[in-house]
Ligand binder design. Structure first.
Ligand SMILES: Nc1ncnc2c1ncn2[C@@H]1O[C@H](COP(=O)(O)OP(=O)(O)O)[C@@H](O)[C@H]1O
Ligand SMILES: [Mg+2]
Length: 606
């Protein structure tokens, strides 16, 4: 069944490089014949030299011819070898590109839920060996073909002398064959076991090298802490690899002694044969060479088999990454369009949700309805399930039970692209791309990357334009320092870029999931009041764990431990005097009277 994947890999390589495969096979057939030719030429040469030395004639034409033949063979064989190496390298690059592209296509399109599974990351780590690893099983098969031809020619040579010689040289290699296969299997199992450890080591290394962690690593003096962790994981894998290597090399010493012993036996029988059959010296030397060659080729074939075994498992693992289907993660592929104008609104109907690897219900029995053009605030403490709710609405995580509907149409039936086009979310951890400011805004709708007029317009609306104009190169200013010497924006400025991004997308529903959490409450309210104005004809949802900003909403949903505990306007909820009221009171200190002036300045008055 592993052969199914190997066949698939062979077909794939055939598709990608018909010429490569054709030339490789042809050249390996040619190379496979070299040993026989070399053997034959050297046999003739030795005999001719002996004759030349012993006789008194000065005829050396044949001798010269054979010498030239030997010279040509060695040149030819090295030329063929180099040509093959170049062709392999070229093919490797082609495959490397193609295979990496396949992996990138997959990783950028799998359901977001996969990223929660450590197992997925391990699998990805295991298969990211690039094109070289993909080519090597094919090369092994071709090398086997070549070795097979060489072996056949040696055998042919020996059979003419005595068929028992063939059997003897074969028997000598059986243990080697066995050991190679066994260690191949062990190496692969070790590889499977090591990948989580390697991933941990990579993580610690990343922390020590990344810009984002550089500050904290220094301030908290964490360098040696993480370096030790890295060293521990690194050494754990290295230690295991070396132990296995030692075992294998140890067993090979024993085996080689065994082969040498056999070889001695063969040498003795050849000498005996030479005596009884009255062989000439050329034949004698050629037989010894043929036996040795046959043995070496056998060993080579057994090594190739072991290698192929390991490679086959890799190929299987590789393809299984693409076939990966977790029964816990089944996302229906809907194909219905999104309503061109939302008329009834968004309905959550008894929605419950649990993360694949989590044991507690993160959302339980959530039901509410949002009317068209309504402005909703969702408040609740950290961990109460607000972000999860949005992830469910975006179709990133399908509810464990219940439905989410838009104008009566279940989001599971709506085409994913349509859904994401019509609902825009800016998450708390929105990405700050190492790109120009213009591009950072255009991310919202990448097709409009050159539409500077619109980009400028949304930036004006969100209030980003004012500071962007002051940047050294305006909208073309590069942000970040990873790829060039760019500018850094403050948290608040980044929020405005994010808001512009959301507006640039121009969808029917816009959600801000605490992208303002890093701001002070006054600045947050500024963003929210702007957001409210800018989304006049849309459904807008803003999420915050701060109560004050939510006053501007038409309706407030209060979440606690995955449930909706209260729902209503600010006044209603205050009058209720429970959850919302308490949270509001607790946070009221932020709005002490001395900041009253600031509140008016941003257009928020009670
Ligand atoms: N990817 C995840 N896998 C497992 N549990 C998660 C994941 N994301 C969030 N949670 C858990 O779900 C709960 C709700 O989280 P979240 O929706 O992010 O809350 P909020 O946005 O209200 O702060 C938390 O207990 C959190 O630990
Ligand atoms: Mg959240």
């Amino acid at each position: 069944m592993d052969n199914k994947y190997l066949a698939k890999a062979l077909r794939y390589v055939w598709q990608k490089g018909k010429w490569w495969l054709f030339l490789s096979v042809t050249l390996s057939v040619v190379t496979g014949c070299f040993p026989f030719l070399t053997l034959w030429v050297s046999k003739e040469l030795i005999n001719e030299v002996t004759r030349f030395i012993q006789s008194s004639t000065k005829e050396y034409a044949l001798l010269l011819l054979l010498l030239v033949g030997q010279f040509m063979l060695s040149i030819l064989s090295s030329a063929v070898k180099n040509i093959r190496e170049y062709l392999d390298k070229k093919m490797e690059c082609t495959l490397d590109f193609d295979v990496q592209q396949m992996i990138l296509d997959k990783t950028s399109s799998v359901p977001v839920m996969y990223f929660d599974l450590p197992d997925y990351h391990d699998h990805l780590q295991r298969i990211s060996g690039g094109g070289a690893r993909f080519l090597s099983p094919v090369r092994s098969v071709i090398d086997m073909l070549q070795a097979g031809i060489s072996l056949f020619s040696y055998a042919l040579f020996l059979i003419v002398i005595d068929w028992r010689l063939v059997i003897l040289s074969l028997v000598a290699t059986i243990p080697i064959f066995y050991i190679q296969a066994k260690f191949g299997q062990r190496r692969y199992r070790l590889h499977l076991k090591q990948s989580p450890v390697a991933r941990a080591a990579d993580y610690y290394k990343y922390l020590l090298q990344d810009r984002k962690s550089a500050k904290e690593i220094r301030l908290f003096g964490l360098a040696s802490f993480f370096r030790e962790r890295w060293a521990e994981k690194f050494m754990q894998n290295t230690g295991e690899t070396l132990r296995l290597e030692k075992k294998q090399q140890g067993s090979e010493v024993g085996l080689e002694a065994f082969s040498a012993f056999f070889y001695m036996g063969i040498a003795v029988s050849v000498i005996w044969l030479a005596r009884t059959a009255k062989m000439n010296i050329g034949e004698f030397v050629a037989i010894i060479q043929a036996v040795q060659g046959a043995q070496e080729t056998f060993t080579r074939i057994s090594m190739l088999f072991a290698k192929l075994y390991e490679e086959k498992l890799f190929i299987k693992d590789f393809y299984q990454f693409f076939e990966r289907e977790d029964e816990r993660i089944l996302i229906a592929a809907g194909n219905e369009p999104f309503p061109s104008t939302i008329r009834q609104g968004i309905t959550f109907n008894q929605v419950s949700f649990r993360y694949v690897q989590g044991d507690k219900e993160v959302l339980s029995d959530i039901s509410f309805h949002i009317h068209p053009h309504e402005k909703i605030a969702i408040v609740g403490q950290n961990g109460s399930g607000k972000t999860t709710l949005v992830k469910c609405l975006m179709g990133l995580y399908p509810p464990t039970s219940g439905q989410i509907k838009i104008d009566g149409r279940s989001i599971a039936d709506i085409d994913e692209n349509e859904l994401h086009k019509n609902i825009t979310v800016i998450f708390q951890d929105f990405i700050r791309y190492d790109l120009s400011v213009r591009e950072n805004i255009a991310i919202g709708n990448i097709a409009g990357i050159d539409d500077l007029d619109r980009i400028r317009k949304v930036a004006e609306l969100s209030g980003a334009d004012a500071f962007i104009r002051k940047l050294p190169e305006g909208y073309e200013t590069y942000l970040g320092r990873l790829l060039a010497d760019g500018e850094d924006l403050s948290g608040g400025q980044w929020q405005k870029v994010a808001l512009s991004r959301a507006l640039f997308r121009d969808s029917q529903v816009v959600i801000l999931d605490e992208p303002t959490a890093a701001l002070d409450p006054i600045a947050e309210m500024d963003i929210f009041s702007k957001f409210k104005l800018l989304t006049e004809n849309k459904i807008a949802i803003f999420i915050s764990h701060r109560m004050a900003a939510s006053r501007m909403a038409d309706r407030i949903i209060v979440m606690k431990e995955g449930k909706i505990v209260e729902m209503g306007t600010h006044e209603e909820l205050m009058a209720l005097g429970q959850e919302y009221y308490q949270m509001y009171q607790m946070q009221a200190q932020w709005f002490s009277s001395e900041r009253e002036g600031e509140r008016e300045a941003v257009g928020w008055t009670s």
